[in-house]
Ligand binder design. Structure first.
Ligand code: LMR
Length: 392
């Protein structure tokens, strides 16, 4: 039987990690997978996480099972940051569960949508490649529309068009902030229109918030999803702490359901518990427990937010430098200065991206996506010069 299994291509994004690691050139630049890096090119553990882990080591007295919902203290402590401090449960209409990272959250959100009868997912493209993979693996139909327009802004006309034609059984998947891979977010004015338009269309919103705090700020980055949630009766929210707490390999995420009535929440979420039980049974505990300890302690919260501010500041500096570079060969870098989060697209052809890698040791995704945080004041000029050379 097992010889029926055909060789599958490696995940292109994850394969870049190995390609980069195997490159002996000291001048190589890793702009591939989305991890934050300091100006020295490191991805350190947050100080607040180190402190929480120390506390966890000293105080955690059992590793007995928690259940498919994971650490509910973590799930609840996160809610004011995601949904706002005023009423993070929206009168008891929102509840969640812990997931293995943002991928687990997206997987569960889409699985819940499918169980609820959703058949088609509308999604702006390009998107994070794993979105389409999960949609395909669940046997859902993917319908796409343009995420961004030629002038480097989100393509509201395309989204409007979709919301005007959706049918019962459709869901729309939107990135809450720091769009991956384009860095092009809907503006607040766009979200003011999107919320009511989603409500009027009847489509189920699935909101993916994987980079809160890495765009304009924790509150600012939640504007879009809060605007949608205030307008619609129900929604699914996939959340990741992998980036904003730097916990990548510890896999820390959550999925939240918002129902029209508080009384419907338990039944909806019980489906999440069943799906989780059949997939991973229980999420890994350690990272979520560390996040909970941070969120329970105002001093650690201040440390964590300070570290996030620093990360944002560094990325803003890189973006400013790229934006100021203007034209590099045929590529206009100006727009990158105004984009948000960890990613932007540099419009190079696959052949040019290969030359970037082979000749210049610069690793970027096949879509032309770069990880902004992979650039430092020490390597950014080399990057700009390489873009100018390959695109000339
Ligand atoms: C990325 O897009 O680079 C990250 O979200 C990592 C991943 O899992 O793809």
């Amino acid at each position: 039987m097992l010889s029926n299994l055909q060789q599958q291509p490696a995940d292109a994004l994850l394969a870049l990690i190995k390609l980069h690691n195997d490159d002996p050139r000291t001048s190589k630049i890793d702009l591939g997978v989305g991890v934050y890096r300091t100006g020295q090119g490191d991805t350190p553990v947050f100080g607040a996480i180190k402190a929480a882990e120390k506390r966890l080591l000293e105080t955690q007295n059992s590793k007995a099972y928690l259940g498919p919902e994971g650490d509910m203290g973590f799930v609840h402590a996160l809610m004011p940051y995601v949904f706002g401090k005023a009423d993070p449960t929206m009168q008891g209409r929102i509840e969640g569960m812990q997931t293995p990272g943002g991928t687990g959250a997206v997987r569960l959100a889409l699985g819940l949508a499918k169980r609820a009868g959703v058949q088609r997912i509308w999604m702006g493209v390009p998107s994070w490649p794993n979105h389409a993979q999960i949609i395909a693996d669940l046997g859902l139909e993917l319908k796409t529309f343009a995420h961004s327009a030629a002038d480097g802004v989100a393509d509201m006309a395309a989204l409007r068009g979709v919301l005007g034609q959706v049918a019962p059984g459709d869901a729309v998947l939107l990135h809450g902030c720091c769009h991956n891979p384009t860095g092009i977010d809907y503006t607040n004015a766009d979200w003011d229109e999107i919320g009511p338009a989603i409500a009027a269309s009847g489509v189920l919103p699935i909101l993916d918030l994987a980079y809160q705090g890495l765009g304009a700020g924790m509150e600012e980055d939640a504007y879009g999803i809060r605007r949608v949630l205030s307008a619609v009766p129900e929604a699914l929210i996939a959340y990741s702490c992998d980036k904003n707490f730097g916990l990548y390999r510890d896999r820390v995420g959550a999925v939240y359901v918002m129902m029209a009535e508080a009384a419907q929440v338990a039944a909806a979420l019980s489906n999440g518990h069943a799906l989780a039980r059949a997939a991973w049974s229980m999420p890994p505990d350690h990272g979520a427990a560390a996040v909970r300890l941070i969120l329970e302690d105002p001093a650690l919260v201040a440390d964590w937010l300070g570290e996030l501010d620093m990360m944002r500041g560094r990325m803003a500096q890189v973006r400013a430098r790229l934006g100021a570079a203007g034209k590099a060969g045929a590529v206009d870098l100006t727009l990158l200065g105004a984009q948000h989060g960890l990613f932007s697209i540099v419009p190079l052809t696959p052949a040019q991206i290969l030359i970037m890698r082979e000749k210049h040791g610069i690793y970027m995704a096949g879509s032309g996506r770069i990880n902004i945080a992979g650039l430092t004041m020490g390597n950014i000029d080399a990057f700009i010069a390489a873009v100018a050379e390959v695109s000339a």
